[in-house]
Write a protein of this length. Sequence first.
Length: 158
Amino acid sequence: MCWCRGSTWGTWGNRTWQNQYVGFVFQSFNLIPVLTAAENVELPLLLTRLSRSERRTQVGAALDLVGLGDRSHHRPDQLSGGQQQRVAIARALVTDPVLVVADEPTGNLDAKSATDVLEILRSLSQVSGRTVIMVTHDPKAAAYATRSLHLEKGEIVA
């Protein structure tokens, strides 16, 4: 069972629960190339009952949060790798999740873009109070964590 914000919401496999409470950030961005940044960010909201204007408001706020409000009409091929990852973070945040799961969020980025993404993730935790779980092989990225666990062959070793 999953417990979140004072309520029990079934099991982890419940897609409605995942969409409402969990935001995912992928190493390879997973943006749809023919959609704009705003349309990519809006995708999780299409599974909600929000009106079009409510969705647009939330999309704008999420893109502003990651510093890309001025790039909302750009397609992924018109954005740098760091900007694409920030669009992916905005998509993960647009439903206002309490948990953000980031799988190697800096793996495909240059050092400057990686630092920008890590600062956003740190801010989500420290300022917004979200829980961020980040999987990484990069010791520099891991240094941003307030707590680290190490896995070896599927077992927690530290």
